[in-house]
Design a protein around this ligand. Sequence first.
Ligand SMILES: Cc1cc2nc3c(=O)[nH]c(=O)nc-3n(C[C@H](O)[C@H](O)[C@H](O)COP(=O)(O)O)c2cc1C
Length: 122
Amino acid sequence: MDDVVKQAWQQRDGAVVLTTVDSKGMPNSIYATCVGLSDDNRIVIADNYFFKTKQNIEAKSKAAVLFITKEGKSYQVKGEVEYLTSGKLFDWMKGWNPTKHPGHGALVINTTEMYSGKEKLI
Ligand SMILES: Cc1cc2nc3c(=O)[nH]c(=O)nc-3n(C[C@H](O)[C@H](O)[C@H](O)COP(=O)(O)O)c2cc1C
């Protein structure tokens, strides 16, 4: 599982799309470029300007992250989320998040499913 995520992530091109939902199921998608893949292959997104996204996380939303490779292959990772404001992954995020951005928190996606198009990879 880890290799699948890592190999796809390494070929990622441009911003990822992060989708969350509110308590009524209304989806909300944002672009994110301040992103990383942890040593244990979890997608981490810096919360610099989350608003609705943060509300949705607080309402226990799961998340989907959509990205594309330079070759035009798309990947979608889905899972439960953690929102961290301290600890190892938060500190790691602060290390790569550009200092011009606030880096309020680190959103961590714990992958439970992964797709490329309709193909289920995980
Ligand atoms: C290209 C691009 C990249 C962005 N990257 C991030 C990011 O890494 N982190 C972040 O918090 N907001 C980022 N934003 C802002 C979010 O896309 C979004 O505007 C913000 O979360 C507020 O939307 P919301 O109320 O739906 O959460 C980016 C915006 C653009 C256009």
